[in-house]
Ligand binder design. Structure first.
Ligand code: ADP
Ligand code: MG
Ligand code: MG
Length: 250
């Protein structure tokens, strides 16, 4: 599904990613961990095609296609979903209307007709039920006065509705409370399937107690310096990142 080869990228002359190799197959969940400033968010932004970052070397393939030339919207239409892409408050636009527009824009880009109102409603109900989201929430203004947990719920709802092929959840380093963690984990676990893949980016091992990854990678100074299974996350929790940094410099 995703194949990253020797990716180098940065911003304004500054190299941040320094040779990333990563292969993610359909059905897999990969966790990317690493200390603050190691390049985790940059990697997610570069995969999603954010234009402020410049790829200086290497390639990203999505389903066998080199996506270098695709902008962020086109990548989204190809099934790449990056969390926190729409954190803005939009007064007067409800959670439901926002997602309807997003879905129909994707369909339009693919040359499909708008989804019928009844089909849309059915889908909204089905996903809301799956994620235990109540109707009142669906008619609230997007992100307006949302708590951390509600922002997460909205994000997971968007993901469920868009049914991405590749979901990248950058949980950032800022404190997600335990409720928000559970919302994210529960949503991801319900949406996992053999046809999609998830990359969970996290600074903390905690989230991975709920979303059990198939593979864990450690990013340090723009490179994946260690890969393993979920046990690696436990080892990191216990021993911190220093031993990895030391191994990486030998
Ligand atoms: P992480 O998510 O692992 O904490 P980031 O990808 O956010 O790491 O950052 C990696 C490095 O790149 C840091 O040194 C950061 O300061 C730098 N960086 C990231 N984005 C930008 C930006 N937009 N402008 C300048 N420097 C940036
Ligand atoms: Mg950071
Ligand atoms: Mg980050």
């Amino acid at each position: 599904m995703l194949h990253i080869k020797n990716l180098h990228a940065g911003i304004e002359e500054k190299g941040i990613l320094k040779g990333i190799n990563l292969e993610v197959k359909a059905g897999e969940v990969h966790a990317i961990m690493g200390p603050n400033g190691s390049g985790k968010s940059t990697l997610s932004s570069v995969i999603a095609g954010k234009e402020e970052y410049e790829v200086t070397e290497g390639e990203i393939f999505l389903n066998g296609e080199n996506i270098e030339e695709l902008g962020p919207e086109e990548r989204a239409h190809e099934g790449v979903f990056l969390s926190f892409q729409y954190p803005v408050e939009i007064p007067g636009v409800t959670v439901t209307n926002f997602i309807k527009t997003a879905i129909n824009e994707t369909r339009k880009a693919k040359g499909l007709e708008e989804m019928s109102a009844s089909e849309m409603l059915k889908k909204i109900r089905e996903k809301a039920e799956l994620l235990e989201i109540d109707r009142k929430f669906l008619s609230r203004s997007l992100n307006e006065g949302f708590s951390g947990g509600e922002k997460k719920r909205n994000e997971i709802f968007q993901m469920a509705m868009l049914e991405p092929k590749l979901a990248i959840l950058d949980e950032t380093d800022s404190g997600l409370d335990i409720d928000a963690l559970r919302i994210v984990a529960n949503g991801v676990n319900k949406l996992r399937s053999k046809d999609n893949a998830v990359i969970v980016i996290t600074h903390y091992q905690r989230l991975l107690e709920y979303i059990v990854p198939d593979y864990v990678h450690v990013l340090h100074d723009g490179k994946i310096v260690k890969s393993g299974t979920k046990e690696l996350a436990l080892e990191l929790e216990e021993k911190g990142y220093d031993w990895i940094k030391q191994e990486a410099t030998i």
